[in-house]
Write a protein that binds this ligand. Structure first.
Ligand code: S1T
Ligand code: MG
Length: 548
């Protein structure tokens, strides 16, 4: 076995099902061995940001590791923003980077792709990853690989492996299996007891589930816990899509003033708010009407549990959920679950000559799901993500916290490659201009996403905050006619009637990506984005909201 084979088997054992990448000369030996060994399929895309987003979405959608392979310097630096997003949003993304061999590094010459020093890249990645190793010694590589990959899974964050170009074919031993270190039993018991005592003494307890529940594969266990506790359950903004298929009553998604007022009241008036794996961010918590006092909440996040003035360190969320399940008896009989609350289920859908508004898009997707069953969503940031909040609960990958543009299209490819499920991609015209070209690789990777481009000729989310600036105007690109050149079908959509017809046609056509170029007037927002903008203005820009 050589070093690449050991590495690939270790990745596979930790859930990776493919490698996204773009080669370069420092990475050619690695790519050669990946292709030759055929242990994991290699999916090449056009631009490293696409590679990073696709690998990130693959990890989010199926669980386990996502893998991005790039070359030294130009490749790895091009990947930086996607790894930063994965770090912020807790994705176990493995970066494999080629690198100069030891003898090249000591040649005294500057090497191409080098920045300040040969270690500049390593130092940059120190800021973006939780563990790293340079695999320049085949005898040490198995232990290093195990340590680094296990850190990615345990902490659910990115890691970095640098592979000098003389190493991929070197003989190498097998990588040891993951070692599970059990948490301190007494600390776990004390924490679970205190947590339950606090929940029991609360008169209005609420459970909010966040991304960690998905990242650690805990959806069915948390659903069981929610049923046994019989308390209201909501998802965070980033946790949207969680428990979509679970047999549990979801009250909705918490987005403060931007969301459903009933859900906001439930959360903000709770005296026992259990935040299970929630990234507490400004997107939802800063725009609440009544600032939630975090000291009165119970926060389970990043391996720690905070309640009141107590902190329990190093308690994995999975172990805590098991400890809670061991303490709360199963219900005598199955609870009668009320139907999941769909804010949009009752939304009226017109199909006529009226101009499309964002809420028509959520209404027509809901109608499609009711007829044909749900599909996973991959969304970019922009009004598309706020529009997605009115689509019924379904699996969703989106940069809801880090908020990087360019995620949607490559993420859709990542979702389909990793799960085999055809996704709907929701993306703004600005974001599509960044990474929409990755659709040209869709057919090549066996993908046929339905892509809804919210084409408002505008950086509309920014215009909402800066209404008089001309710099937020975009040219009206004709995305529909570009689709054919990239191997897909494009549909121009101006009216609600055309929207419903194009969506039905796109759904019925398999094997080619389907792009709906949905023309929306600048300045027309989804209901959720309008509420979000008003709330942000009220909370952080009172002069603009006229509230002085
Ligand atoms: N660059 C990148 C990579 N990510 C960003 N989030 C931004 C810049 C800033 C930014 C926004 S929202 C936005 C920009 C430029 C406009 C998005 O335009 P479009 O995709 O057309 O969507 P819509 O018109 O619906 O807004 C963030 C959130 O600050
Ligand atoms: Mg736009």
């Amino acid at each position: 076995m050589n070093l690449t084979e050991s590495l690939l088997l270790a990745l596979k054992a930790r859930g990776a099902t493919e490698i996204f990448g773009i080669p370069g000369d420092f990475a050619l030996p690695l790519f050669r061995e990946i292709e030759r060994s055929a242990l994991l399929p290699l999916v090449t895309l056009s631009h490293e940001p696409g590679v990073g987003f696709a690998a990130d979405a693959a990890a989010r959608a199926r669980g386990g590791l996502g893998v991005a392979a790039v070359t030294y310097g130009a490749g790895a630096f091009n990947l930086v923003n996607t790894v930063a997003g994965a770090y912020a949003e807790r994705v176990p993304l493995v970066v494999l980077s080629g690198a100069p061999a030891a003898h090249e590094a000591s040649s005294g010459l500057l090497l191409h792709h080098q920045v300040k020093t040969l270690d500049s890249q390593w130092r940059l990645y120190e800021e973006l990853t939780v563990d790293r190793a340079r695999l320049d010694d085949a005898a040490k590589a198995p232990e290093q690989i195990a340590r680094v990959l296990d850190a990615a899974l345990t902490r659910s964050r990115p890691v970095y492996l640098e592979i000098p170009r003389d190493m991929p074919g070197k003989p190498c031993g097998a990588v040891p299996a993951t070692q599970h270190v059990p948490p301190d039993e007494q600390r776990l018991a004390a924490c679970a007891d205190e947590l339950l005592a606090r929940l029991t003494s609360a008169s209005r307890p609420v459970l909010m589930v966040g991304v960690e529940v998905r990242r650690y594969g805990l959806e069915s266990r948390i659903a069981e816990l929610a049923r046994r506790l019989a308390i209201p359950v909501v998802t965070s903004f980033m946790g949207r899509g969680l428990l979509a298929r679970a047999d549990v009553q979801l009250a909705g998604t918490y987005i403060g003033l931007a969301g459903d007022p009933a859900v906001s009241d439930l959360v903000e008036q709770s005296d026992g708010l259990l935040l299970m794996g929630v990234i507490v961010s400004d997107t939802n918590f800063a725009v609440s009407s009544k600032r939630i006092d975090m000291r009165s909440t119970i926060q389970v996040y990043d391996g720690n549990v905070h309640m009141g003035h107590h902190v329990y360190h190093e308690l994995p969320i999975a172990a805590l959920i098991d400890a809670l399940l061991a303490r709360v008896a199963p219900l005598e009989r199955a609870s009668t679950t009320r139907p999941t609350h769909h804010p949009a289920a009752s939304q009226a859908l017109s199909a006529d000559a009226s101009a499309v508004q964002p809420h028509d898009i959520s209404a027509s997707v809901n109608a499609l799901f009711r007829e044909h069953g749900p599909m996973p969503l991959a969304s970019d940031i922009g009004d598309c993500l706020f529009t997605a909040m009115d689509i019924e609960h379904t699996t969703l990958v989106a940069p809801g916290y880090y908020a990087t543009m360019g995620y949607g299209v490559p993420a859709g490819i990542g979702v389909q490659v990793a799960t085999g499920l055809r996704p709907i991609v929701m993306v703004g015209d600005g974001a599509f201009q960044m990474t929409g070209w990755e659709l040209g690789s869709a057919a090549h990777c066996g993908c046929d996403p339905i892509v809804l481009v919210l084409n408002n000729a505008s950086w509309e989310m920014l215009r909402a905050f800066e209404p008089n600036a001309k710099f937020n105007d975009l040219a009206r690109w004709d995305f529909a006619s570009m689709a054919a050149g990239m191997g897909g079908d494009g549909h121009v959509v101006n009216t609600t009637g055309e929207l419903v017809a194009a969506l039905a046609k796109a759904h019925a056509t398999r094997g080619r990506f389907q792009l709906l170029d949905i023309r929306i007037e600048p300045g027309v927002l989804s209901p959720t984005l309008s509420r979000f903008v008003n709330a942000v203005k009220r909370v952080s820009m009172p002069e603009q909201a006229g509230a002085r």
